[in-house]
Design a protein around this ligand. Structure first.
Ligand code: CUA
Length: 310
């Protein structure tokens, strides 16, 4: 269920476009240099190879004009690349003025997402309105991670206690793949997320729905809710998007609306959730979620509860 791709050749923001252009221009220039150098080398090998009986070739000391040319030409190419690099930096790496719109915190191996204005907290899925630059402050609770949405942002490391930021923007609605691009342990490859860019109206209604408390539940789901509180799930996971508690594990508010489990490792279906609760290590080896050795009845109740958190 890959409903989006992550190609730097399909940029969807001014930031990503500047970086993509810089890459394509560098690639073109380097490709041309490679073709000229390799072409001359191959031509010389074929044309001027030594054959039996050839006399000793003419000995030359140097050609001044050629030496000037191959000094000046690379210098000019570097000036051009320098100009393009400065421009890409200006567009993609603007300083942060005032407070950020979003705080994203890297954890081994998932992403905590906090909206500064509303206090809404979520995990591994970032909703943004289209057409507006979003300032994202980056932090980490453990090791170095690197935040990257290839179609929307530059890469930026999350450094403990250092404070970093990145600008994110989407020109059109869509779902964009994000990932951790710095090795950070066992499940680095599955420290992924999605950015859901939507119209300002859709984004505003998403913000409002996140702030709603979950509806009361009955039957199996209500029993699952009691289990969730009594079995210490609440020590790490909140089901309130407006909580102020530190997040040990992903915030599960409105969990039923999440697309994936385990930072994108499997789609959020009742079957996959059951597998995850039964033995998290089997789904995502190394994940910090312990195995609670739940009975079949308990598993059913917890799945009913979580899949009713709308
Ligand atoms: Cu986090 Cu790699």
């Amino acid at each position: 269920m890959i409903d989006a791709h992550a190609s730097i050749f399909d940029p969807v923001s001014p930031e990503a476009r500047a970086i993509s252009h810089l890459f394509v221009i560098s690639l073109g220039i380097c490709g041309a240099i490679f073709a000229v150098v390799a072409g001359l080398a191959v031509y010389s090998l074929a044309r001027f190879r030594w054959r039996d009986g050839d006399p000793e070739p003419r000995q030359v000391h140097g050609i001044r004009r050629l030496e000037i040319a191959w000094t000046v030409a690379p210098a000019l190419i570097l000036v051009v690349l320098f100009g393009y690099t400065l421009r890409a930096m200006q567009v993609a790496d603007r300083p942060l003025e005032g407070s950020p719109d979003l705080v994203v915190v890297g954890h081994q191996w998932w992403w905590e997402v906090r909206y500064v204005g509303t206090g809404v907290m979520t995990a591994n899925e970032i909703h943004i309105p289209v057409g507006r630059p979003i300032a994202v402050e980056l932090d980490t609770t453990d090791v170095l991670h690197e935040f990257w949405v290839p179609q929307l942002t530059r890469k930026m490391a999350t450094i403990p206690q250092a404070g970093n930021h990145v600008w994110m923007e989407a020109d059109r609605p869509g779902v964009f793949e994000g990932l951790c691009s710095e090795f950070c342990g066992t499940q680095h490859a599955w420290m992924r997320f999605q950015v859901i860019a939507e119209s300002p109206a859709d984004y505003a209604s998403w913000q409002l729905s996140e702030q709603e408390k979950p509806a009361g539940m009955a039957g199996e789901a209500a029993k699952g809710g009691e289990l969730f509180r009594s079995m210490t799930c609440v020590n790490c996971h909140s089901t309130d998007a407006l909580t102020r508690l530190p997040a040990e594990g992903p915030n599960l508010a409105h969990f039923a609306g999440r697309r994936f489990l385990g930072a994108r490792i499997v789609p959020n279906t009742p079957e996959n959730l059951r597998r995850w609760l039964q033995d998290p290590q089997q789904v995502k080896p190394g994940a910090k979620m312990p195995n609670f050795n739940l009975s079949a009845v308990q598993l059913g109740q917890l799945v009913a509860y979580l899949e009713n958190l709308r």
